[in-house]
Every structure is written in C-alpha cells, then in structure tokens.
Design a protein around this ligand. Structure first.
Ligand code: HEC
Length: 123
C-alpha cells in the first residue's frame, strides 16, 4: 500500500526541495552574494561577465572591465568606494556621469558598495 501511494502523482511535502525558492529575497549585507544581486544594475553596460566592452550607447566611451583583470585588481575597497562616490579614479581620471553613472552609485550605502566590491573580487 505504501509503495502504491508513492506512485501517485502527488508531491509529498518531504520530497519538495525546501532549500531553493525562486524569487527568495536576498539577505542584505556586505557579502559577495548581495553584491552579485546588486551587480545586475551594472551588467547592462559592463556586460553580464562585467568585463566591459563596446558601449551600448551610440558614441559612448568604451566600458571598462570591473573584474580583477581590470583596475579592480589593484584597487583597495576604499579606492573602489571613492571611485563610485566621486567619479574620480586613483590614477587621476574623472569620469563623466553620462558615461559611468556615479551620481547613481554615490547614493549607494557603504554596505552596498562593499558588497559589490566583494562580489567583483570573486570574478
Ligand atoms: C550607463 C552605463 C553604465 C552603468 C549602468 C554602469 N557603468 Fe560603470 N562604467 C561605465 C563606463 C562607460 C565606464 C568607463 C568610463 C571612463 O572610462 O571614463 C565605467 C567605469 C566604471 C568603473 C571604473 C573602472 C576603471 O577601471 O576606471 C567602475 C569601478 C564602475 N564603472 C563600476 C560600476 C558599477 C559597480 C556599476 C553598477 C552599480 C556600474 N559601473 C554601472 C558605464 C556604466
């Protein structure tokens, strides 16, 4: 009887994988996991692999690699946060907000920018 019940097309609760829920909220925190979630707003320009490439905006400047194979490999967490708050890079460049929207990222909290840094460092 038990084995016959087992063949019924019902999904017993204990067979459902409770570990995975589509659309589960990502826990906020200064973690790479949360950084990966936040990085979705960067992939439109920096590409899904975040290594940059030609601008999606006609006539736009080349989109830089923001993984450790780019400048991120040599920038500290403080450097990275300063770049996204001021648009100025440690090597003395000033980015235009129309190219890299740092007037958007300067509203991110320390926690969010740290999470992004930690995620980008894993790439
Ligand atoms: C509208 C397109 C766009 C979006 C969205 C965008 N970026 Fe950028 N980003 C750029 C461009 C273009 C550059 C290069 C600007 C330059 O060289 O003057 C850049 C440069 C950078 C740099 C400096 C890299 C270097 O080596 O100098 C960092 C860091 C960066 N972006 C991080 C981010 C992060 C993190 C996000 C998401 C929160 C993001 N960007 C979203 C277009 C974008």
């Amino acid at each position: 009887m038990l084995s016959a019940l087992d063949k019924l097309p019902l999904i017993p609760a204990e067979k459902i994988d409770h570990g995975w829920r589509p659309g589960a909220p990502i826990a906020k925190g200064a973690t790479a996991e949360y950084g990966q979630y936040l990085s979705m707003s960067c992939t439109g320009c920096h590409q899904p692999n975040l290594k940059g490439g030609e601008s999606p905006i006609p006539g736009g400047v080349f989109v830089r690699d923001i993984t450790p194979s780019g400048n991120l490999g040599k920038w500290s967490e403080q450097d990275f946060i300063a770049v996204l708050r001021t648009g100025k890079t440690p090597d003395g460049r000033t980015m235009k907000n129309e190219d890299m929207p740092w007037q958007m990222t300067n509203k991110y909290s320390d926690e969010e920018l740290t999470a992004l840094y930690r995620y980008l460092k894993t790439l």
